[in-house]
Design a protein around this ligand. Structure first.
Ligand code: PLP
Length: 450
């Protein structure tokens, strides 16, 4: 990257004048002007390069500017840049086929959306129409998107300001042994107690009122809590017993992130509906969707499905998906992610946990890991309180600043940092990132109390 601070200043000035940013107090943000990106890296106009341990918002699973995907988008733009959703279009058909071939079980029909939240909205709509029931159960530790139903299903504090329309949404506790809501001492107890809690919630809500249970297969933004063995199978069984539609949200966990095409494969579970987005085409063009079981699809064989989007199955987005999936297959990206987790990232992070008093827990798989930072390993008190802002969040802010100063762009959420690089990051690049984390964690260590 070459420096061009003047160009950067112009980009920044226009941004500050006219771009209204997500989730932010507009007057308090200072967005970095980005000059370019390639693979696992991006760089600014000062010529400073960052190793991206966030994959954007955990979506560039094949890295930035993969030449095969860029070429496919260019080729499609020259051939047929757009076409309305009611028609059969070659790249749309092919993208749907490639996705359906990889989804578990009989999830063989694909409804395309522009992103994850719309996928969740439509999955819930399908479940409600299919069952004739209204309520939807979701986990407190979850993120499902920012549109009206999706934000109400979301458990994290971003839900609070948008909670008005939450009629019919009920939250419950999913398993999380490190911060167990059930006082469990091992994975098996956590699994059994979490399933009993879900049963109790259903009993008190009235099973005949519940259309769906939605869970992230491996919750992402909320902290990458890999569910204990048997939990998802248990939820599947409960759903079957009460005629509840089981929705797995694989918007973040899907398309190689956990070292399988879909995380559901890790747990040998088949949902009735599965939402996806992000990694489906690494976000080169917005795309998401719902994979639909044969039984739910049949509900809409004779009866029209009352939902649609102008850009459903947009040809540019579908061409990007076809190229992404084929490239991931050719280059073994999914297997690479699995190997990275087992041999580089997992062992590397566990080694950091041994040496740093601020690292309380390491969890994850594939290219999908979290460090739970604490003030004290015995008490497990989080390094910063839940939903901390300003001064209360200073230790995490200092940690993030230390990473950036050393050329690593970290994913930071509450008291956690997530290691979620491109799934095709090389072993050497991943190790470089871990070495920077090692240095930056000394800043977090200063805030521990022993
Ligand atoms: N579901 C999950 C699990 C997510 O992680 C996200 C985004 O981070 C969404 C849904 C929402 O997706 P989008 O931002 O594309 O609407």
């Amino acid at each position: 990257p070459h420096a061009d601070p003047q160009a950067g200043a112009a980009v920044k000035a226009a941004d500050r004048a006219h771009v209204f940013h997500s989730w932010s107090a507009q007057g308090l943000i200072d967005p970095l002007a980005v000059a370019g990106a390639e693979g696992a890296y991006f760089w600014d106009y000062e010529g400073k390069r960052y190793l991206d341990f966030t994959s954007g918002l955990v979506y560039t699973n094949i890295g930035y500017q993969h030449p095969k995907v860029v070429a496919a988008i260019q080729e499609q733009a020259g051939r047929l840049a757009t076409f309305a959703p009611a028609f059969a279009v070659d790249v749309r058909s092919e993208a749907a086929r490639l996705i359906a071939e990889r989804t578990p079980g009989d999830l063989d029909k694909i409804f395309f959306t522009n992103g994850g939240a719309e996928a969740v909205e439509n999955a819930v709509r399908m479940a409600r129409l299919h069952t004739g029931r209204h309520k939807v159960l979701s986990a407190y530790r979850s993120y499902h998107g920012a549109t009206s139903t999706a934000i109400n299903l979301t458990g994290d504090p971003r839900r609070w300001p948008s909670d008005q329309g939450s009629a019919g949404v009920v939250h419950f506790w999913a398993p999380f042994l490190y911060r167990s809501p059930f006082y469990s001492e091992n994975e098996q107890q956590e699994c059994e107690r979490a399933l009993q809690h879900l049963e109790d919630t259903i009993a008190f809500e009235g099973p005949q009122t519940i259309a769906a249970i939605i869970l992230e297969t491996v919750p992402g933004t909320a902290g990458i809590m890999v569910p204990p063995p048997g939990y998802l199978a248990g939820v599947r069984e409960i759903c079957d017993r009460y005629g509840i539609v089981f929705v797995l949200d694989e918007v973040m966990a899907g398309f190689g992130r956990t070292g399988k095409w879909f995380a559901a494969e890790q747990f040998d579970v088949v949902p009735d509906l599965m939402t996806f987005a992000k990694g489906v085409n690494s976000g080169y063009v917005p795309l998401g969707g719902v994979a639909i079981s044969a039984e739910i699809a049949a509900t809409f064989d004779k009866r029209p499905y009352p939902g649609g989007l102008t850009y459903s199955g947009h040809p540019l987005a579908c061409a990007a998906a076809v190229a992404t999936i084929n490239t991931m297959e050719e280059e073994g990206v999914v297997e690479h992610a699995a190997r990275l987790g087992e041999t580089v990232i997992g062992p590397g992070l566990r080694e950091l946990a041994e040496r740093h008093p601020s690292v309380g827990d390491v969890r994850g798989l594939g290219a999908f890991w979290a460090l739970d930072l604490v003030r004290n390993k015995e008490t497990r008190e989080p390094l910063v309180p839940y939903n901390a802002a300003g001064e209360a969040n200073a230790p995490m802010a200092a940690f993030a600043a230390a990473c950036k100063a050393k050329g690593l762009w970290p994913f930071v959420n509450m008291n956690r940092t997530h290691v979620v690089p491109a799934c095709n990051i090389t072993e050497a690049e991943a190790k470089d990132g871990l070495a920077i984390l090692d240095e930056a964690l000394t800043v977090a260590d200063e805030h521990t109390i022993y």
